[in-house]
Design a protein around this ligand. Structure first.
Ligand code: SF4
Length: 415
């Protein structure tokens, strides 16, 4: 869990995005502190209206970079003139990527009472809390402990209640959904998903983060359930964190690169269209240049359509915090190289969708201005502008044609 400081400049749209960043950070167990000196991470949401504002933004980025361990820059200036921040220590990100970058590779925490929540058309269903790992960089584990899995029937009833209350997208969450049921001696994420999909109603299900070790043992069953159920988004978030088995060992991750590759192969064989989402930590204390290259090669090989890149930073009380760290320059260079590769790989994935038809995309929420955010069957983000003209409201299903692409989303129009 990280302590963050956030500063927002400019229009109401920036303020709305900062509110959403904060909401996601709070949900993931991170907390805001007053002032950058007390923070692990500072977030600067920038504006770029006039030249003077730009100078102010750069000066503020330099100050924040001096005052905190990590600086994330987002907002209009970051996206339009990201290169301007080259001389600072900042990571430049789309606002949507900021929450994942704050986590330092740790899993999200679930709410302590593990109650489902309906937030608009999205129902959040924590299926368990805790994990089966002991990652050397993780502080979340101290708060959450070993996995505790309620019975399948209990989670199915919670999902049914969400559907009856109007949920159109059920998000299955947990520190590590892939190990659901391990404490009771049964690996049963696939069983739970099958049962939830059998609930009457028109809705979609998104499976939250599942570490590769847990997924590997049930990869065939899981891929088969995904293939058989249109209600499940074909989306798997399996954070690999490194392409080097040596670094994975030092991180005390429980998987090896080969297991991750076997998961990707299994899903590739079972599903025509699916989204691989994964995370990498760059600059772990024992990461060599060669290890870093192995991570870059793994990205080139598997081409994840969603990729979170986190620059390693120490969390007090963890074993990794006692390791001799890499210099800031090395971490910065590696993170820049990986972020550039990410832009290319993820950008290509969205670019290749232009002209495609996506049937039954779900309108998930309102976007900025007169737009709505939709998700297709593989959980790709599609933005429809002038939504009121088409009469589109959150909770509806719509056939879309993809008209153009951005790096982390595409634009689409109803057919
Ligand atoms: S799987 Fe690792 S990173 Fe995630 S909560 Fe457990 S110990 Fe932390």
């Amino acid at each position: 869990m990280a302590r963050y400081h956030i500063e927002t400049y400019g229009c109401t749209s920036n303020r709305g995005e900062s509110r959403e960043i904060e909401r996601r950070l709070r949900d993931a167990g991170h907390y805001r502190v007053d002032g950058p000196e007390a923070a692990d991470v500072a977030i600067l949401n920038t504006c770029t209206v006039v030249e003077k504002t730009e100078r102010n933004m750069l000066e503020r980025a330099a100050e924040l970079g001096d005052e905190t361990a990590d600086l994330l820059v987002t907002g209009c200036m970051a996206l339009a003139q990201g290169d301007a921040f080259t001389d600072t220590d900042a990571q430049v990100l789309h606002w949507d990527e900021v929450p994942a970058a704050v986590t330092n590779g740790e899993c999200p925490t679930t709410t302590p009472d593990a109650s489902p929540v309906l937030d608009g058309v999205v129902g959040i269903l924590p299926i368990a809390r805790g994990c089966m790992s002991d990652c050397s960089y993780c502080i979340t584990k101290h708060a959450t402990g070993k996995i505790e899995s309620p019975p399948v029937e209990e989670n199915v009833e919670k999902a049914r209640a969400l559907v009856h209350a109007g949920a159109k997208e059920i998000r299955i969450t947990g520190q590590d959904t892939g190990v659901y049921g391990w404490d009771t001696g049964e690996r049963k994420l696939h069983t739970l998903l099958e049962r939830i999909c059998a609930i009457d109603g028109e809705f979609r299900v998104r499976v939250g983060m599942a570490n590769p070790k847990g997924v590997h043992g049930i990869r065939e069953e899981l891929a088969a359930v995904f293939a058989a159920n249109d209600k499940l988004y074909n989306f798997l978030h399996a954070p690999v964190q490194s392409g080097s088995n040596d670094v994975l060992g030092d991180m005390r991750r429980q998987h090896q690169v080969g297991e991750y590759l076997e998961i990707v192969d299994t899903f590739d064989s079972a599903l025509e269209k699916w989204t691989l989402s994964t995370d990498f930590i760059v600059g772990f204390p024992t990461e060599t240049d060669e290890d870093h290259e192995q991570s870059m090669d793994l990205i080139r090989q598997t081409r994840p359509e969603k990729l979170n890149v986190t620059r390693f930073s120490k969390r007090p009380g963890t074993d990794a915090a006692d390791m001799k760290g890499l210099g800031g320059t090395i971490k910065k260079e590696r993170s820049k190289a990986m972020s550039a590769l990410k832009m290319e790989v993820v950008g290509d994935a969205y670019e290749s969708m232009v002209g495609a038809i996506r049937e039954d995309a779900l309108v998930v929420e309102e976007g900025t201005g007169d737009s709505v955010k939709c998700r297709d069957g593989a959980y790709r983000q599609l933005i429809v502008r002038n939504a009121s003209e088409y009469g589109l409201e959150p909770g509806e299903f719509v056939d879309l044609e993809v008209t153009s692409a951005n790096t982390v989303y595409a634009f689409a129009e109803p057919r």
